[in-house]
Ligand binder design. Structure first.
Ligand SMILES: *Cc1c(COP(=O)(O)O)cnc(C)c1O
Length: 341
């Protein structure tokens, strides 16, 4: 099976499994797990933030940021196809009691002028803007890199109005690999940041949120409230440490495979809907005699997995557990499917 559904399907490497097995542990609710402490310190350094916190998932990290930055009845500004708006089960409303104000971005990037225009002035009728959220890379735009310059301008707007800016950097290291701009430089244009260790970086579990000491203090409390205060969690922090320190450099291999697949999709006579900045390819089959569900079934019959990303859109994600050879096989299958439909 060639599994191109997501980079979340990556399995931990042998080194990660060994590190988990041998990890030194303690009770992390008492902040006494040395492996977690080491991971959080390393993450804070890499992101250039005062402090960091290991959380169970990307969703939990983002939601803790919303809960920490906002009060009930606030509004948050975010891109209309962003993960926090689209894929987190309306948690911002269910838990934090905030409402979304969405902006349509271009390749995932919101126009800073439009962000500024969406900030609420002081008025008895209006909610207060509690947070601005940027996503980089942007998943539903096909792993698009949001330019650093756009992030800078957006952060200028946020600072001018005294509104915290959170970066959903689930795939920030894909942006880093694609541009050569460091995670620290990106994170410098934000107050807080969430990174996923369990996607392209291959850790079995976990995300990091980072920000000031006082942000992390409050975030730690929200994590506990949400049931995310774990005990001898060094067993999963150890593989996460390897993900963060050893797996970021190789992401360019996934990007090269993604470009190869995009080229093959076009050679097979299908359309690619996104510029393929990183490890995500969106295949547009609107003009074909098959819809996304039918295409997924056909791919499955050849032992290839992908996901429907709309009625006529298929998403392929390259990752650590997919080789260049697998990509070549996938291209051959697509050429064969093209002759069948
Ligand atoms: C996957 C993802 C998340 C959530 O991460 P989980 O660990 O699956 O909860 C958040 N934001 C973006 C952009 C993602 O792609």
């Amino acid at each position: 099976m060639i599994d191109l559904r997501s980079d979340t399907v990556t399995k931990p490497t042998q080194a990660m499994r060994d590190a988990g097995y041998h990890a030194e542990v303690g009770d992390d609710v008492y902040v006494e797990d040395p492996t977690v402490n080491m991971l959080e310190k390393k993450a804070a350094e890499i992101l250039g933030k005062e402090d960091a916190l290991f959380v169970t998932s990307g969703v939990q990290g983002n939601q803790i940021a919303v809960l920490t930055h906002c009060d009930k009845g606030n509004e948050i500004i975010l891109e209309e196809d962003s993960h926090v708006f689209y894929y987190e089960g309306a948690a911002i409303s269910a838990f934090a009691g905030v409402q979304p104000r969405t902006i349509r971005g271009e390749h995932g990037a919101m126009d800073p002028t439009e962000v500024e225009a969406a900030i609420r002035p002081e008025d008895v009728h209006l909610p207060e803007t509690g947070m601005i959220c940027v996503e980089n890379t942007h998943n539903r735009s096909g792993g698009a890199v949001v330019p650093l310059e756009t992030m800078k301008q957006t952060y200028e707007v946020a600072k001018k109005h005294g509104i915290p800016l959170h970066l959903d950097g689930a795939r920030l290291f894909n942006a880093v690999a694609a541009t050569g701009i460091s995670a620290k430089e990106y994170a410098a244009q934000t107050d807080t940041v969430q990174i996923c260790l369990s996607k392209g970086l291959g850790a079995p579990v976990g995300s990091i949120i980072a920000g000031t000491v006082s942000f992390i203090q409050q975030a730690r409390k929200w994590r506990k409230r949400l049931g995310g205060g774990l005990r001898q969690v060094g067993v999963i922090a150890a593989p996460a440490y390897i993900a963060l320190s050893e797996m970021t450099e190789r992401l360019n291999e996934d990007h090269a495979n993604a470009k190869l697949l995009a080229k093959g999709i076009q050679e097979a006579g299908f359309k690619v809907a996104n510029p393929v900045d990183t490890n995500i390819i969106l295949m547009d089959i609107e003009d074909e005699n098959v819809d996304a569900v039918g295409m997924i079934e056909r791919l499955e019959s050849f032992e290839i997995k992908a996901v429907a990303f709309g009625p006529n859109l298929i998403r392929f994600v390259t990752h650590y557990d997919v080789s260049t050879n697998d990509i070549e096989k996938t291209i051959m299958v697509l050429k064969e499917i093209k002759t069948m439909i």
